[in-house]
Structures are given as C-alpha cells and as structure tokens.
Design a protein around this ligand. Structure first.
Ligand SMILES: C[S@@+](CC[C@H](N)C(=O)[O-])C[C@H]1O[C@@H](n2cnc3c(N)ncnc32)[C@H](O)[C@@H]1O
Ligand code: SF4
Length: 417
C-alpha cells in the first residue's frame, strides 16, 4: 500500500481504519431512497484479449455468453423487483469487455431494465473499432442506445502496435458514423505511451473529431501489476507537460471539459458512467454504490451464473462505510467531474461541507487547486493534474490490489485497503 494513499486516507477519514471489504452481502439493496442513481451492466467478453487491459473479461464463446446474458437478466429482475414502483435513474451504461458483441441480445437486457427503472439521460455502449459497422450500430440504435464510445487507443500505427492492437481506418469510421447517428459519439485514447509527443496526441484527437466523434476520453496509460503489458509508464514531469499542453489546446478550441479525462465539442455530448452519486451494477465485476455501502460482484463468469441460478446475488465483497469514508468516496468521484456544489454535499450528508472539510477546501484554494464561485468549487488545470496524480496512486494501491485478487478468487474472504 502506498504511503501517500494511507496518509491521505487517515487524514480525510480522521481514522486509521482501513477500507475493509468483507465476503458478505445484503439480499435487499436499499436503492429507492437514492437520488441521482445510475445503472451499469458489465459484458465481460472480447474477441481477443489486449495485454495492457485490467478489466474483467474473457474470450468470447457464444454458448457461455448466452448463459451469462440469461443470468444477467435474472439478476436485473431480482434486484429491480425489490420495489413495486419503477425507480427513476439517470443513465444506463454498458461496459466491458466489448458489449457491442452482444448487439443481438442487448434489446432483451434493456427491456428487463425498463421493467423496473425509468432512464432519463440515455443509454451508452462501449465498442471495439471492429464493431463499428452499419449493421451493429443500427441494432444498437433500434434497441434504444443513444451514446456510443469506441476504444480507438490511437490512430497512429506505431502506438497501436506498441499496444498490440490493429490499426484503425479513420475514413471508414467516418462513413459508418455518418450513416448511423447517435447523440454522443465518444472515442477513447490512451496517452503517455513511451516517447509520445504532444503532436501525436493532438493528431489523434483532431482525427477523432474529424471522423465523427463529438466527445473524446484521453486516459493516461496505467501499468497494472497483473497485466502482461511490456509498455512502461511515462515519467511524471513529461506526463504533466503533455496533459497541460493538450488541455490548453482543448480550451483554445473552445471544447468543454466534462470530467478529468473527457472533452467534447458540444456541451450536450456526455459519456461518463462514473460521475453519479449512487449506482447499481449488474454482471461480473460490476460495482454498486449506495448511501451506506459499496459492493462488488464476483469476477468469475461461471460462479456468477451459478450464484444467480441458485437465486442468490453474485456479490463477492461488501464494504459498509463510516460517514467519513462515504464522504471521501463522494468527494473523490464528484471532483472527477471537475466541480463540486457545497449545497448538494449538504443535501446528501445532512451536514455542511464547511464543517466537515472546511480546512481542506480552504487549503486547496490557497494552493490554486480549486476556485469557488456561488458555492460551487471548480478544479483548476493544476488541480486536475494533481487529482490525476493522486488517482494513479489510488488506482495502483487500491484497484490494482483488489482486481489482482478478484481475478484469481471468485469470493475472497476479505480485502483490507
Ligand atoms: C473496456 S475498454 C473499451 C472498449 C473496447 N473493449 C475496446 O477495447 O475498444 C475501456 C477503455 O479503457 C482504457 N484502458 C484500458 N486499459 C488501460 C490501461 N492499462 N491504461 C489506461 N487506459 C486503459 C482504454 O482506452 C479502453 O478503450
Ligand atoms: S481493451 Fe477492450 S478489447 Fe482489449 S481486452 Fe480490454 S476490454 Fe477487451
């Protein structure tokens, strides 16, 4: 565990208590009282596996995938039918893996969701560039999908080959994306790859906006300890230079920054499954965040199906938060969207932000990380970099450790972070 995350955690939670995830779960998930509730569905299948990728996924086999979708629909009904009344939610995101591989059955999953939930801000699906064809996009659109996100990673042959991916033809992409329109067309890029320059990234994002994207996500490369990737991370100083220059370029172009890593050329184009106060996750490895707890489903496809077929929830681990721990969670994920409204914090916790974290927010303003106007804190460019810097520690100390264990053990006894 990194010293930085341990000290920050102890400081912000005012306790030396670790984040303790236990192998138990509640059958009943109290989501009715949750405002700003999002939905997430995980599809853990890919045609082939990329060495750098940390997510829960396995090679696609039709028979296993069909069994998985049957189980997924049962999980949705099991959780959704806890309450008679349909629950209003913000958005539904399908992530993976490669959810577009199940375009033929996505309508069944959405229909199950619609029996219990009302979605007010649209449905998003992740695609591999191989899935970007008129037939698949039409199927997704007919099922009700309004946003898509394509994992490009880079348009440059050099970086695709470093990542072990095939090159992507931006012209064919444009033809298909022009033929089937979506509200948001996002493209993912990985940056801070070895020797990558500002011109390389600028060329990638310019090509994205010219090829039909109205939103881009640029993720700094993370070298997870359990992946087989040989790619090395870029030194901090160079990464900061790159991030500063590309952010300045986005600002000059008048693009809107909707979160730490995402930018759009129109404000309505949004793609983010992370920035919700609460969410319900369905499927392998999916997480659920409620007012007082956070839970993670098993990473094993077979154990997932088995639990569901035994009419049990597939939860692997649950953490029951102390109030300060929940606050840290709230602050971390809300600031990911670059803004924090002190009124909303008070509504959520029933106590003012000033009382709980007045000193920290004052300090952050003094250091030029945040600005404040009409009760809303906004992250500065410097703040966004240090958030990113801290997020890397968090990812490597918490997510790396947890996912490293969970991909080997379906139901670990406990994990202390
Ligand atoms: C589930 S994948 C995307 C969808 C699709 N499976 C694909 O690969 O095109 C989500 C995104 O996470 C990002 N990602 C994956 N591994 C990463 C890593 N080691 N460091 C940073 N970003 C990563 C990539 O940009 C990827 O598009
Ligand atoms: S990057 Fe996408 S295609 Fe590659 S293994 Fe991860 S989820 Fe699958």
């Amino acid at each position: 565990m990194s010293l930085t995350t341990t000290i920050t955690r102890a400081w912000l939670t005012r306790s030396f208590k670790s984040f303790s995830f236990q192998n138990d779960y509640d059958d009943f998930l109290p989501f009715e009282e949750c405002d700003n509730l999002g939905l997430y569905v995980h599809i853990p299948f890919c045609k082939s596996i990329c060495t750098f990728c940390p997510y829960c996924k396995t090679v696609y086999h039709k028979e296993q995938c069909d069994r998985y979708i049957d189980a997924l629909i049962k999980e949705i009904h099991k959780v959704g039918s806890q309450y008679e009344r349909k629950k209003e939610t913000t958005s539904l995101y399908f992530g993976g893996g490669t959810p577009a591989l199940i375009a033929d059955r996505i309508g069944e999953i959405i229909a199950a969701i619609n029996e219990h939930f009302i979605i007010t801000e649209g449905i998003g699906v992740e695609l591999h560039p191989d899935n970007v064809n008129v037939e698949t996009l039409k199927k997704l659109k007919a099922a009700g999908v309004t946003k898509i996100s394509v994992g490009i990673q880079s348009f440059s042959e050099k970086y695709q080959s470093i990542l072990g991916r095939k090159s992507v033809d931006s012209n064919s992409l444009k033809i298909v994306l022009d033929a089937v329109e979506f509200e948001t067309v996002s493209m993912d890029f990985i940056f801070a790859l070895p020797d990558q320059t500002y011109e390389d990234i600028k060329s990638d994002v310019d090509t994205a906006f010219l090829s039909g994207a109205n939103h881009v996500a640029i993720y700094p490369f993370i070298d997870f300890s359990f992946t087989k990737s040989k790619v090395k991370s870029m030194p901090k100083k160079r990464k900061k230079e790159l991030l500063d220059r590309i952010t300045t370029y986005f600002h000059q172009k008048g693009y809107h920054r909707s979160s730490i890593w995402t930018f759009s050329n129109k404000k309505e184009a949004q793609y983010s499954s992370m920035t919700r106060d609460n969410f319900l996750g369905f499927g392998c490895s999916a997480t659920t965040l409620l007012k007082e707890q956070f839970k993670i489903n098993t990473f094993s496809v077979d154990e997932y199906c088995k639990r569901i077929n035994d009419d049990e929830l597939p939860t692997s681990l649950t953490i029951r938060f102390s109030q300060r721990q929940r606050m840290v969670y709230y602050l971390f994920w809300t600031l990911y969207s670059m803004q924090l409204d002190e009124k909303k914090f008070e509504q959520f916790f029933g106590v003012s932000l000033k009382k709980m974290y007045g000193f920290e927010f004052w300090l952050a303003q003094k250091f030029g990380l945040l600005t404040k106007e009409n009760g809303i804190y906004s992250m500065t460019m410097k703040g966004a970099f240090y958030y990113h810097y801290y997020e890397q520690f968090y990812t490597l100390s918490y997510i790396d450790k947890m996912w490293g264990i969970m991909r080997k053990e379906a139901f670990p006894e406990r994990i202390e972070l």
